[in-house]
Ligand binder design. Structure first.
Ligand SMILES: [Zn+2]
Length: 1006
């Protein structure tokens, strides 16, 4: 089948583009050689480093490259013909979606066997879906389908989040005839302008876009149970959320008080992650503001390094900015006008007078810690909006301060406060010299600052003042506390990740709000319970675990109400609405009952009912309908897996743990969280301005759902952004056609007594089954797609080439089940084409089949190794033929390395060093008499220690391998083939044969 070869290579090249630098391949030789015994407890197994267990064989890579180079298959004409052929192959995916639906495969009944309940973040229906929205849902669906194959009764429901202002804001923009938005709808999403203009009513907008999203999810083949769908403005859901808040209140977790919170001055409303542009969660931090007294009043300077106060030589003001004289707690303060305005939302500050900063320059004030007299000087680097617009100058430890003094030609001398190993009396002077920073406006000044601050924070020791001898880190807190206690400083709040902008466009600030309602995530006892539960959870990717720990640690009271928006009325103040990150923390529990609750008498949906359903409090005699709901909840809970995007780790995903632990207790709290990165488009971030948004439904129409599913998860592991590339999608599409053709052509063959190629393929298939289990469990989607799609198919292609009577029946019966979570429609197509199954239990659909188990007794290291050796040797021969320009040789002789070379290689592998190796070799009788040659070879081996292995065939096995395949090689190269032990070489061949190494025969060409 000549046409098949070229695209394998091309698809493989596409796949290889995203491959890590052959990491797994290189591991082959060093990894454990025995197949892992599958572990019964998947969760336990996930904890293991599964990388050890996986051994991707380089054969797949080599095969692909080899096939690609192998003429005459890979002419461009073949490629074009190939794509023309396969791009026409289409799968009727809606047919399969219809069949699944008919059979109600994804609407599970509670109580039927072992369950698996998973949810993905519900979508916001204020605009259509693009391809980036597909990733989290695809990952979730792959997992859901995999769990179904394992025999679980799987529930994967979906609802719509309409809480807050995004829906209102979109309806408003449409009502205002916003050209940009209408243009995007029309141009990118093909929504006719007339239609879009009717979406000015929020409910209609929600209904329109939620329909679009639901349709897209169905077209993607997501195995969702839609019978439990709800919207967060539904009456029953509102009652449920109110119950949640009353429950939290009774636990003491809802508080009202006066706190600084992130704020939008234009909307006059608190802001959190869902309110900012780019969905960034504002982080508040406390900053120390030191008051420097003067004859006129106080000069407040904010600082993140209060311990450096002993080294303050002067203060800085921006001479060009506007400054003010204010009253604050009965004192007179001087600060920039912008800072005064900013701080007036946190403190009772009143502006009295306004003037230019230059007027302050030259004033003298006092360092409150040392009592020394210091001047106020002008500097252009001072930002009037940061802190107070007044900066304390510590030239010995702050490169900007040193540079500003140097730029001004000042005679002020730096005062050292912190001792830093490797630096002298003025670390900032030294770092400025090292980096050759020109002036305070040189961009390198910031770099110098970053380097020095980090070094001093982690390695600095105080040498001045009361805390001399302590680490700078420890002194920081103590100095701040002392200054505040002496009323020489106060604390203010800043947004640490500033500048952040509200969706309305205004810069977010901090405001101290009176009587604001909060969820008290700062409660220590609650934090502890949450941390305890986190320890028991499985967090994927594993490396995000510290982020959860960190978030639990820093979270403080979070404002939970807004003055406007859709959603649920706050039960303790009916003028307020519960905001979007606070009404979405336990809604997964609502899925368990939502389909039944909608038929329950409206008047009886109340707190008592929810107390019973979720907490088991039986205050009255509940009806059988209520009992059925209670049973549903108890059956499905706890949530087995929660799926979302990585940017929600710092808010939603952590809130989810907090609220579950508080309300349902640890036993019924989530078992696992899976978070994934974004999707980029042909290497670029998707954005309106880039004009590279690809609507999900457009993509499905173009490539079909399986290619899209594969493309959004196959290019990257969870923690990375995944790139959707059109050329990869085309390649995958072509490969599907190729797989289908192989399945059609080679699956009818009758079983026969296995030939060596069958033993090899069976070994590869069982290994793939074994690895795929681990990869599915840990959702290493990229490795998974490489292994079971590109890898397995390239095995099949190679097998067809090698086998005399190829039969892929068993391969495709098992493979179609294995690939079905990722490419369900395609899997069904092959599954139905195969008809009655011979090697796996038959079932109506691939997606309801039983997951094949690996038969480890069929994994043959020798068979795989011999095949790999053959492929590598063919590669080497081709390489040599090309080098010597001999396209048609007369004869090829292969010399196989003797046993003593193998023995020596193992010795060097273990001893690592030349002298030790030779010492060891001298003890061996078979090597002892050959020490001169041993020394030469051992030297060669020690020079390649990083690729050296102790795993190899015996000289006899290697010889047998080539003798068995001599006919194949003869066919490949069209010439005579001779295989000999290196010791049998005569005459001029002798020297050549001596170069034979284990797993690397010496090649002689005539
Ligand atoms: Zn705003």
């Amino acid at each position: 089948m000549p046409a098949m070869n070229a695209p394998i290579a091309s698809a493989r090249r596409v796949g290889a583009k995203n491959s890590p630098p052959a990491k797994s391949d290189a591991k082959l030789s060093q990894a454990s050689w025995l197949p892992d015994v599958p572990c019964a407890d998947a969760r336990e197994k996930k904890k293991k480093n599964s990388a050890n267990a996986r051994k991707a064989f380089p054969i797949r890579k080599i095969v692909s490259v080899w096939l690609f180079k192998n003429p005459p298959f890979c002419t461009s004409l073949t490629l074009i013909l190939y794509y023309l052929h396969y791009s026409r192959m289409e799968i009727d995916y809606e047919k399969w979606q219809g069949k699944w639906q008919e059979e109600k495969l994804f609407s599970p009944k509670a109580g039927k066997g072992k369950k698996f309940f998973l949810t993905a973040a519900f979508p916001y229906p204020n605009s259509p879906q693009h391809i980036g929205h597909g990733r989290t849902y695809t990952t979730t669906d792959i997992y859901a389908r995999y769990k179904r194959l394992q025999g679980y009764n799987v529930l994967f429901p979906m609802a719509f989040h309409v809480t807050g202002t995004p829906v209102l804001a979109m309806a408003e923009r449409i009502a205002e005839n916003d050209g940009e938005i209408l243009d995007i709808f029309e141009r990118i999403y093909h929504i006719p302008r007339e239609k879009a203009l009717t979406l000015t009513n929020p409910k209609e907008l929600v209904s329109y876009f939620s329909r679009e999203i639901e349709e897209g999810m169905k077209l993607m083949g997501f195995s969702i149970d839609w019978s439990r769908k709800f919207y967060t403005f539904d009456e029953n859901f509102n009652k449920f959320i109110q119950w949640q808040f009353r429950t939290l209140h009774s636990l003491g977790y809802i508080k009202q008080g006066t706190h600084p919170i992130p704020w939008c001055p234009k909307c006059a409303s608190p802001v959190s992650g869902h309110d900012t542009r780019g969905d960034i969660d504002p982080r508040l931090e406390e900053v120390c503001v030191v008051k420097f007294p003067s004859a006129k009043g106080f000069f407040p300077a904010s600082t993140y390094r209060p311990e450096t106060i002993y080294g303050v030589t002067n203060l800085w003001v921006n001479p060009a900015a506007e400054y003010t004289e204010c009253t604050f707690k009965g004192e007179k303060l001087f600060l920039s006008k912008k800072a005064a305005e900013k701080l007036s939302s946190q403190f009772d500050i009143n502006i009295q007078k306004t003037f230019k900063g230059s007027e302050l320059a030259g004033t003298k004030c006092i360092n409150p810690m040392t009592g020394s007299n210091i001047p106020i000087l002008p500097a252009s680097f001072v930002d009037e909006l940061t802190g107070t617009g007044i900066v304390m100058s510590v030239p010995a430890h702050a490169p900007f301060d040193y540079l500003a003094l140097r730029d001004a030609g000042s005679k002020i001398l730096p005062i050292q406060v912190i001792e830093l190993p490797g630096f002298g009396k003025c670390p900032s002077c030294e770092i400025v010299e090292q980096l050759k920073v020109q002036s305070q406006t040189d961009p390198k000044a910031q770099e110098a600052t970053n380097i020095l601050y980090k070094k001093e924070a982690y390695g600095g020791k105080m040498i001045t003042g009361k805390y001399a001898g302590e680490s700078a880190m420890a002194a920081k807190e103590k100095v701040a506390r002392e200054l505040v206690e002496n009323d020489s400083a106060f604390l203010m709040h800043e947004i640490a990740n500033s500048p952040l902008y509200c969706r309305c466009g205004a810069l977010c600030t901090v405001k101290t709000v009176k009587n604001q309602w909060f969820i008290d995530y700062g409660n220590e006892e609650w934090k502890e319970k949450t941390t305890n539960h986190l320890k028991k959870m499985c967090i994927l990717p594993e490396k995000t675990l510290p982020e959860y720990e960190y978030t639990i640690g820093w979270l403080k009271a979070k404002a939970c109400t807004r003055s406007k928006g859709l959603g649920t009325v706050f039960p303790f103040d009916k003028t307020q609405m519960i905001e979007a990150l606070s009404d979405s923390t336990i809604y997964m529990a609502f899925y368990t009952i939502s389909h039944l609750l909608s038929n329950y008498p409206k008047g009886k949906v109340n707190d008592a009912l929810f107390d019973y359903l979720f907490l088991g409090k039986e205050a009255e005699n509940f009806t059988p309908d209520a009992k059925a709901m209670r049973n549903e909840f108890l059956y499905w809970y706890p949530l087995d897996s929660r799926h979302s995007a990585l940017d929600l780790v710092h808010n939603h995903l952590t809130f989810l743990i907090f609220n579950h632990v508080a309300i349902f207790g640890e036993k019924l709290s989530p078992c696992q969280i899976v978070a994934n990165g974004f999707v980029t488009m042909d290497g670029k971030k998707m954005s309106k301005s880039m004009g590279n948004i690809l609507p999900l439904q457009d993509a499905i129409r173009k490539w079909g759902p399986d290619v899209i599913r594969f493309s959004v998860v196959g290019g990257a592991e969870l923690s990375m952004d995944s790139d959707f590339s059109q050329s990869t999608a085309n390649g995958v599409s072509g490969k599907l056609g190729q797989a289908m053709e192989m399945a059609q052509k080679y699956s009818s063959a009758k079983k026969h007594s296995p030939e060596p190629a069958d033993i090899w393929l069976s070994s590869r298939l069982n290994r793939t089954i074994l690895h795929s289990g681990e990869l599915y469990e840990s959702l290493e989607t990229r490795a998974l797609c490489q292994e079971i799609f590109y890898g397995a198919l390239s095995d099949a292609v190679w097998y067809i080439k090698r086998a005399e009577r190829p039969s892929l029946r068993e391969f495709f019966e098992k493979w179609s089940i294995l690939i079905s979570p990722i490419m369900p429609h395609f899997a069904e197509e092959i599954w139905s084409m195969l008809g009655k199954k011979e090697f796996v239990p038959d079932s109506k659909f691939a997606c309801t089949a039983v997951l094949p188990k690996s038969d480890n007794s069929k994994i043959s290291i020798e068979a795989e190794f011999a095949e790999e050796l053959l492929v590598k040797t063919i590669e080497d021969i081709r390489h040599i033929l090309k080098l010597i320009n001999r396209p048609s040789p007369k004869k090829i002789e292969l010399y196989i390395a003797s046993e003593w070379k193998r023995k020596l290689q193992k010795i060097v592998y273990n001893a690592k060093r030349l002298d030790a190796s030779l010492k060891e070799a001298a003890k061996d009788l078979s090597l002892k008499n050959n020490m001169k040659e041993c020394a030469l070879l051992a030297k060669k081996f020690t020079g390649n220690l990083n690729v050296l292995t102790d795993k190899m065939l015996t000289s006899e096995q290697e010889l047998a391998c080539f003798l068995e395949n001599a006919a194949f090689l003869k066919k490949e190269f069209g010439c005579a083939i001779e295989v000999l032990p290196d010791s049998d070489a005569n005459g001029e061949r002798k020297q050549k044969a001596a170069c034979a190494l284990p797993s690397k025969p010496s090649i002689y060409i005539e």
